[in-house]
Each structure stands twice: as structure tokens, then as C-alpha cells.
Design a protein around this ligand. Sequence first.
Ligand SMILES: C[S@@+](CC[C@H](N)C(=O)[O-])C[C@H]1O[C@@H](n2cnc3c(N)ncnc32)[C@H](O)[C@@H]1O
Length: 294
Amino acid sequence: MAADHQPVMLDEVLHYLDVQPADVVVDCTLGMGGHAAAIAARLTAGGKLIARDRDVESLELARQRLQGLEDRIVFDPGKFSGLRAALTRLGFPVADRVLADCGISMYQLKAPQRGFSFLEEGPLDMRMGATEEGPTAGEIVNFYSEKDIAQILEAGEERRGRRIARAIVRARPVETTTQLSGIIRRALPPMDRSRIHPSTLSFQSLRLAVNQEMEELQALLDALPEVVKPGGRVVFLTFHSLEDRPVKQAFQRLAREGRARLLNRHVATATDEETRRNPAARSAKLRALEMTGS
Ligand SMILES: C[S@@+](CC[C@H](N)C(=O)[O-])C[C@H]1O[C@@H](n2cnc3c(N)ncnc32)[C@H](O)[C@@H]1O
């Protein structure tokens, strides 16, 4: 799995990060280590890659993939919200480069036991860090009120959240991903089952809630002025508009306040060639920033 992993928009990420040999680089989303391998290869022993991910399982797989480059990598499990404290603890309070490739990895999506995929039978888990505290998706659908479930679904852009929440509550207990997917499909009129799979937005919404993804993303954006050196660069890859919006807003605010310079005025996307080769890149949006330090 790790060996055939294709990091999204790698050329563009490297172009905008512009890593220098002695840089301290933070990869906040190590995943399978695709971007990290290319970044570490650009560092000399004087540089450091702080490789972080909230998923300890992914961190271990990436560690194996990155064998031979360990002299310049510090593996550090943890969430976006813990970045500031982690950098201080590790003795690198400010970084030259920060990368965040948001969302879940193909590895997480395709592991049925993690419960992210509605195409594979699995438990309703959806925690990015398999050892993190709950709630799991199963706890949400089985124990939250219909109103709260509807709110969670609508917050994740599933506008039919109330109808789906009602069907979920009626069908309790809901044990597996495919069972939940069947409930969602039957709750929607056939004409609504159009372009995307009927479960796509509900599963995305549950995942966002389980992992507090929007809160985590905001915590990382808020930390940027303190964790990136003047002249340092930041690159974010996002995969849906809910993620891209806060990144765009935070970058524009920093630029307006004269604390940073936008490196791309218009969001960068994957080339047609990459999208053909790697469909996961289709919805990717890249934004890059240089801190100016005031
Ligand atoms: C799209 S994957 C990264 C893929 C990676 N760039 C590569 O080339 O292999 C996103 C990773 O970020 C991690 N992640 C997502 N949100 C996080 C957060 N708030 N804190 C730490 N890690 C997070 C996920 O566990 C996942 O492994």
C-alpha cells in the first residue's frame, strides 16, 4: 500500500515550499510519507523534518517507508491543535516550512476496519487516530438525538440531513458502514440519487464531526504566525470547500494585515494528467503563503 501511494500535487507542493537544505520543515499530515520522502530528500543532515500525524498506525507505516532518511526526521504523533506545544517540546519552536495535506489518506479510506468507506463492510469507527478517544461514528448514530445527528449532517453539507437523521434513528441499532449506507440510500428519493454516491456527504459529515476536523484546521491556521519564521512558507492542500474556505480566509486575513504574502493569488489545482493518473487529486486545492513577520 505505502509503496504505490501517490502524493497529491507533489511538484506544485515542492515548488511552493521551496525547501532549503538546512530548513526545519513540519509535515503536519505525514500519512504514508509521500510528500515527506521528497521533502526529506532535499534536506541535509543540518535540516530537520518534523513528521506528524494523529494516526499512530500511519506514522509507523511511513517510518518504514522513510527508512534511510531517519537522520533528518523526527517522528512525532499528534494533532494540529498540539503543534505549537510539540514544536517547543522538540526544541524547534519556529519552522521554516509547514505543509498540511488535509483529510484522510487512501490508506485510511481503504482499510475497512477503520470504517471510513461506505463501499466496504466495517465497524462505524471513523476516528483518524485509531487509538483516540471517541465519539466514534457508531456512538453518534446510535446515541445522539435525531436533532443533533441532523445538525452534524447539515454541517457537513448534506442538505438532506433531517430526512437521513430520521431514518437513522428509526433503524437503530446501526452497526456497520454498509448498513448505514443502505439506510441513507433508502431514505432518499431515487431522483436525489444522482451524481455522487448517496452516502458521500453523510459519511464526510460524520467523519468531520468524529475528528473535529474543522476545529483542528482552525487551530492550525491560528497557530501559523507563531510557528512559522519570517520568510517561512506554508502550503495547504484541501479536498472540499468546507476545508478550503477557512484556509482561504485565514491566508487572506494574514495578507491583509501585512503579516504574510500570498504565493498564489488563484488556488492551484492538479493537472489533467495527474487527475487521470490519480483520481484522488481531482478535487485538490493548493494554497501557499510566505510569512513576512510583522
Ligand atoms: C491526505 S493524508 C496525507 C498524505 C501524505 N501527505 C502522503 O503523501 O502520504 C492526511 C493525513 O493527515 C492526518 N490528519 C488529518 N487531520 C489531522 C489533524 N488534525 N492532526 C494530525 N493529523 C491529521 C490523517 O491522519 C492522514 O494520515
